[in-house]
Structure formats: C-alpha cells, structure tokens
Design a protein around this ligand. Structure first.
Ligand SMILES: Cc1ncc(COP(=O)(O)O)c(C=O)c1O
Length: 354
C-alpha cells in the first residue's frame, strides 16, 4: 500500500538524534558529566520502600513538590517539575515558539537548545563563545534588540565551563524586555551561583535545574523550571497532567532530605577540578576555568588520538574536536581514584609515538 505520511517539514529537514553511546556501564565514564560516585544510599532506601499499590497509581505531586520547592528556596507555585532537565528545556518551545520564530543561543553549548529549535521549526541565531571561552556579551545585547523569542544560556556553560555572574546577567535581563531568558543551571550547585532569587524582579527569567548531576539521578529523569508564579502559569498550560514519574519524585525527595551527601559530592568535585587543572597545567595542557562538574581541556593536535587510546583502556572522555577544533576534550570529574587512573593514563599515552 502506498501511503504519503504527512511529516512536518522541520522533521523532514533533520536527522534522528543519535542517542549517547550504549555499553558504558563497566567503563570509567567521564564523558557525560554524570555523578560517577552514584546517588546516595538514602535514595536507594526510599526507592525500595515503594509499594506495588503506589506504583499502580497515578502520581500525586503536591507534597513532594513542597519539599523540592524548599530545596530551591521558592514557593511550590514557582516550581514546575519535568521529566529531566532536557524536558525542562522543551517546555519553552511548546509555550513560546511558533514555526519560523527566532531563538538565540551561544555556541558551543548544550545541544538540546538547537535540537528542540530544529524540531519546532524555529529560526536559530547562534553567536559564538570567544577562543578563550568568554561569553559573547556585547553580541548578545545587540541581538536582543531584534527581540528573539527565547535566549538560552547554560550557566555555567557546557562544555566551556564559563560562568556568568550578576553584573553580566543583569545587563542581559535589562536588555531582554521582549525575550524569554532561560538560564539553564544544570550545574548551579558546583558553581555556587543561581539566578533563582531574581525571579520576582525579572518576569522574563526562567531557571531550569536538574537532579541528574548533583543528586546522581540521571537514570530517573527529574528536572525543574523555576520562575515567578505568573510567568510559570503560561508554561503550566502547555504541560501534560503527569509529566514526572513517582520513582523520580521519591528519589529526589530523599536526595534533598540528605543535603550532606550532595554537599560532600560538590566539595569533592571542586577539589578534584582544581587539582586536575593544576596537573594538566604541569603537563603543558591548557584547561579553562569551569563552574561545572567537568573541565574543558585542549590537548592540541594529538587530542583525538589520546581520546581514542584512553577509550581502548576503558576511560571515556568527550572529544569536542569536531565542533571546537582539534584537541578540545571535555572531562567529567569522576571519583578521586578514577581521576588518578585517568591522569596516569594521560601521562603514559599522550605523547607516545603512534
Ligand atoms: C547544560 C545542561 N543542561 C541540561 C542538561 C540535562 O540534564 P538531564 O536531562 O539529565 O536533567 C545537561 C546534561 O548534561 C546539561 O549539560
């Protein structure tokens, strides 16, 4: 039977997103900015207590949302839970973007902004971070005068690690009078900076967060959107009734009930980040200041070969040569022993003749 599927043009124009590699579980996984120490035992205990009746019921959100709101220091009306941080980004397309409207991003950055923009048929204006990974502030201010519908900023940015602080953000928000400003704070706990307290002053500000990184819940998928109540109400209109599963809620609830575990992980990441950057410097490898649980390093022309060699040894890093130039590699901060193993292997493999 010959059938013409009426596929949208925006879908015909793009390729299928290639899901992250499979078969990584027995490797040293420093390629996806996961929390490689795992979630806290408190979370596993809470999950084990789930009953078969609870699992068979549609989830109830009110009580856990109250406790998660406390964690973010907002009211429950200012918090919307989503199926992971990725999904927290998608909701802006459902709420604000029509086919052909303009959105603004600064690359290199988290690829999901471009991904959702392509699916929705939006027009993408992409500015560039500088060669020193500086944020293109003046270009952004200029571009805002053209009133794009949405500006996405990952703060700190993945993969550059760049962190924007109060002064720059205020300039952006003051210029964005007709633009939704999405501050993607997936790594806020590691940078120690959040724009959440500004939500009342700037109704165009939406902050997204995730439990994948600091709480180590990447497999369960829980993200959040935070904004002033009135602005968030528009996003709520675009949401399905049950966007989040119960296991994710129970896990996040348990994670925020044990803040010491998250604090311990953050302290360790910061310690390893500083130490690893210093060790790379001793090897003559440039890395860039990072506010995340990762570092961007430039190994020069031998970088891609190094990444391949490490992969053969069971150590996965994220090669960014294709979009950033040969030698750029993003490295997640793993556990102390994983980082020691990585460093030993880099010392051995980096300049070894082919
Ligand atoms: C900047 C940024 N935003 C959002 C996410 C999404 O995380 P998740 O969908 O696991 O919550 C990530 C994950 O790597 C990220 O780097």
């Amino acid at each position: 039977m010959k059938v013409n599927l009426p596929v949208r043009k925006a879908i015909l124009n793009r390729r299928t997103y290639e899901a992250p590699a499979e078969g990584r579980s027995d490797k040293v996984r420093l390629d996806f900015n996961e929390n490689t120490s795992g979630c806290s035992p408190t979370v596993l205990r809470a999950l084990a207590k789930l009953t078969s009746k609870q699992v068979a019921m549609y989830p109830e959100y009110q009580e856990p949302t109250k406790r998660l709101a406390l964690y973010f220091r907002v009211r429950p009306e200012e918090l919307l839970l989503t199926n992971g941080g990725d999904d927290a980004l998608r909701v802006f397309f459902d709420t604000f973007v029509d086919s052909g409207t303009r959105i603004l991003i600064c690359e290199p950055t988290f690829p999901m902004y471009r991904y959702y923009a392509e699916i929705s048929g939006a027009h993408i204006e992409a500015l560039r971070y500088s060669s020193e990974m500086g944020f293109p502030l003046e270009d952004v201010i200029r571009a805002l005068s053209k009133k794009p519908r949405i500006l996405f900023i990952a703060n700190p940015n993945n993969p550059t690690g760049t962190l924007l602080r109060e002064k720059e953000l205020r300039r952006i928000l003051r210029a964005a009078t007709d633009t939704v400003v999405v501050m993607d704070e997936a790594y806020a706990e590691f940078s120690g900076f959040s724009a959440v307290p500004w939500r009342h002053r700037y109704p165009q500000l939406f902050v997204t967060r995730t439990f994948s990184k600091v709480a180590g819940l990447a497999a369960l998928r829980l993200g959040a959107v935070i904004a002033c109540e009135k602005s968030l109400a528009f996003v709520r209109r675009a949401m399905p009734p049950f966007p989040v599963n119960l296991a994710a809620l129970v896990a996040a609830d348990a994670a925020v009930g044990n803040p010491a575990a998250m604090r311990g992980y953050v302290t360790e990441v910061k310690r390893l980040r500083a130490r690893f950057a210093a060790q790379l410097q001793k090897l003559g490898v440039k890395s860039y200041p990072s506010g995340g649980n990762f570092l961007l390093a430039n190994f020069g022309p031998l970088g891609p070969r190094l990444v391949r060699r490490l992969e053969k040894l069971g150590i996965l890093l994220r090669d960014r040569s294709k979009d950033m130039g040969p030698g750029f590699v993003r490295i997640t901060m793993g556990t102390s022993s994983e980082m020691q193993r990585l460093l030993r292997s880099i010392r051995k493999e980096w300049r070894r003749p082919a």
